[in-house]
Design a protein around this ligand. Structure first.
Ligand code: 13P
Length: 271
């Protein structure tokens, strides 16, 4: 499969933003700024806080977009105060979640091990995990970028490999795994800083991630898997990023809170 066959995915990560009253006005403005037909060619997704998922789901469904959670627990149920399971997400119709975002790793003790467990639980429940990896500034400066990324990604992909066929109620098997997982490269130093990775820096790591996918899960998976870039992506730099051979979309924080900016980015993904 060539890069052009991988459908572009633009995912907004609202983080802990967007009050209920803001959601409908956001989508009204967003839809108005979107070029006709974009959502037929580009997957458009919004990761909202748990309490805003119902409203986000209703607003996105009505318009041909999708809603996602920002996190989930890897156990099915039990004494895990404050947590939400994959089945609880599917109870309300959520079929995608972020997993292992660097803010979860940094502030909420998310580890490679928990990210791997969450990935398997998500896929087993027909929830697509958007698995986030990326190095800190110190790690980049010390030349450890590839090592960190391969470690983070390796934990997830090896867990999947060792687990064997993951069957969920839709019957996904490893052959279709590339449809059941999305990878996001988010260099921590680029998140919320206004300092995006250069096209060369981003493509270099994306190409490396595809190589790690190939090594662990094989070429069919590697060629088909979508790899998103995240970290100060904005309307000015998105076209360049998406023109790179191994960048299949964006995971967008700040700019996804501005309807016109995010619509412009989705429009750019179609051209
Ligand atoms: P920014 O786009 O605000 O840099 O955030 C990126 C991000 O963390 C998306 O998950």
């Amino acid at each position: 499969m060539t890069a052009s066959k991988r459908k572009k995915l633009l995912a907004g990560n609202w983080k802990m933003n967007m009050r209920l009253a803001e959601i409908e006005p956001f989508f009204t403005a967003f839809s108005a700024a979107l070029r006709p037909g974009v959502s037929n060619h580009v997957d458009i997704l919004f990761a909202a806080p748990f309490t805003q998922l119902h409203a986000t789901l209703a607003a996105t469904r009505a318009r041909g977009f999708a809603a996602a959670a920002q996190n989930m627990h890897f156990e099915a149920s039990g004494a895990f105060t404050g947590e939400v399971s994959a089945m609880m997400l599917t109870d309300i119709g959520i079929r995608t979640t972020l997993v292992g975002h660097s803010e979860r790793r940094q502030y909420f003790a998310e580890t490679d091990d928990s990210v791997a467990k969450k990935t398997i639980t998500a896929i087993s429940n027909a929830v697509t995990p958007v698995v986030c990896v990326g190095e800190t500034l110190e790690e980049r400066k010390s030349g450890a970028t590839f090592q960190v990324v391969s470690h983070q990604l390796g934990a997830v992909l090896n867990a999947l490999k060792n687990h064997g066929p993951v069957q969920n109620r839709e019957g996904f098997y490893p052959g279709d795994l590339s449809d059941s997982i999305v990878i996001a490269y988010e260099p921590v130093w680029a998140i919320g800083t206004g300092l995006s990775a250069t096209l060369e820096q981003a493509q270099e790591v994306h190409g490396f991630i595809r190589k790690v996918c190939d090594e662990i899960l094989g070429s069919e998976f590697a060629v088909r898997a979508r790899i998103l870039y995240g970290g100060s992506a904005n309307p000015a730099n998105i076209a360049g990023l998406l023109s790179q051979p191994d960048i299949d979309g964006g995971l967008v924080g700040g700019a996804s809170l501005k309807a016109a900016d995010f619509a412009a980015m989705c429009n750019a993904a179609m051209s």
